[in-house]
Design a protein around this ligand. Structure first.
Ligand code: ADP
Length: 403
């Protein structure tokens, strides 16, 4: 009897052990499945965040998410590039301490506290001085979670700068047109009021009207050249600079002789640039015209071209009046003249060098100037090299041809 009970107990214990083992196994399976599901959800969330950041980057907007304490919880790569942050990046740090912008901090705080969207333009402190268009959008709290804020920032530095340049340009154009127009009007009124009957006076006044009208025509022609250079309607091609420089110099032989200025041209080897021939000719012409204009009789102007390390280099050097060092940074601005009266007397419009700069830079080149008062000036144009077979063509032998 006792033996039978012991056997029954042993069987029961074995069943219990087997059941416990089965339960343990099931529990392990369920834990494994649970953590796999959790890992998957985490992975999906990371994928969604990466996709959201990629979309924001592609749209050119910086996207920053902030917690209630204005600590950054997420930032796309563009935000990291646009907003100043330390080595450790934006995430995990206070927006205010990262950007040091009270304005941005106040805007974010206001939007978060009020629960209302806020928009503003904010200029960042520090050397970048970027102007950002900021949209601060409070996000609905999820469940019992804290309120959060999305900041979207666009870089408007260039846009606002361009708007100001355009406004200044229109103001300058109207000012430049007003002067000759006022002169024409005053002269015509004087003629109408009786001066027309005095042949000597009327001749002088008619000359003034013709001169001022020519001035207006030059300004409008230069404005058209500038607009044409900006339109970039035509495709660039390989341009033979040696020929182009020669042609330009030939055009100015007459004016140079009349001014008593010796004009020479030297081009070395095969010089080919990838450019718009007409625009380059315009740029060369403006420089040669200036060099002759600002060089007194007895002086000289030398035009030269040679192969540089990155492409052809063209120089227009004169022995003329030169300029002071502090004037040089401004001479490429539209309508800037060192000596307004002198430029006006010689028929200048103040647009010549602005046109040169625009043409050269729109070709990917650069223009620079060296000048010394009373000794002369040298303008240097670095131009893009040719692309096609012409680019590979090496100069056979140095070809220095004075013209
Ligand atoms: P402008 O029509 O008055 O010549 P530009 O834009 O061509 O206008 O030149 C701007 C100013 O730069 C000129 O008014 C002149 O004062 C100065 N400048 C340009 N080229 C020379 C030069 N070769 N020598 C001395 N001054 C120059």
């Amino acid at each position: 009897m006792l033996a039978a009970s012991a056997a029954a107990l042993a069987r029961l214990a074995a069943v219990a052990r087997a059941e416990a083992a089965r339960l343990r196994e099931r529990l392990r399976h369920e834990i494994d499945a649970g953590s796999a599901r959790l890992g998957g959800a985490r992975g999906e969330r990371a994928d969604a965040t990466a996709e959201r950041d990629a979309v924001a980057d592609a749209c050119g907007v910086a996207l920053v998410l902030l917690g209630p304490d204005l600590v950054v919880t997420s930032a796309n790569p563009l935000a990291e590039a646009l907003l100043p942050a330390g080595q450790a990046g934006l995430v995990g740090h206070s927006l205010l301490l990262s950007t040091l912008s009270d304005e941005l901090g106040a805007l974010a705080r206001e939007a978060l506290d009020s629960g209302e969207p806020r928009d503003a333009e904010v200029r960042l402190p520090g050397p970048s001085g970027r102007l950002l268009a900021i949209s601060a959008r409070p996000l609905p709290a999820s469940g019992a979670g804290p309120a959060r804020l999305a900041l979207v920032a666009r870089d408007w530095t260039d846009r606002r700068h361009m708007e100001r340049v355009r406004r200044d340009f229109v103001a300058n154009v109207s000012h430049e047109l007003r002067t000759p127009l006022a002169s024409i009007r005053a002269t015509a009124e004087t003629l109408r009021d009786g001066a027309v009957d005095d042949p000597a006076v009327s001749q002088r006044f008619l000359d003034t009207i013709v001169t001022e009208t020519e001035r207006l025509a030059r300004i409008s022609a230069n404005l058209l050249v500038l607009a044409d250079a900006e339109s970039r309607a035509r495709e660039p091609a390989d341009v033979d600079l040696t020929r182009l420089l020669g042609q330009t110099v030939e055009r100015f032989r007459g004016p140079a002789a009349k001014a008593g200025v010796a004009l020479t041209c030297e081009a070395t080897g095969s010089l080919v640039a990838h450019a718009h021939a007409e625009q380059l000719e315009q740029a060369f012409a403006n420089l040669v015209d200036n060099a002759i204009t600002y060089t007194p009789a007895g002086g000289s102007v030398r035009v030269s071209g040679e192969a540089g390390p990155d492409g052809p280099v063209v120089r227009v050097a004169d022995t003329g009046i030169g300029m002071m060092r502090d004037q040089l940074p401004r001479i490429f601005e539209r309508f800037y003249r060192v000596d307004r009266a002198r430029s006006r007397k010689s028929g200048g419009t103040g647009l010549g060098l602005a046109i040169v700069k625009h043409i050269v830079e729109s070709h990917g080149g650069a223009v620079s100037v060296e000048s010394e008062l009373g000794r002369g000036s040298t303008f240097t144009l670095c131009l893009p090299a040719a692309h096609g077979p012409a680019a590979a063509r090496q100069p056979d032998a140095p070809d220095t041809r004075p013209r």
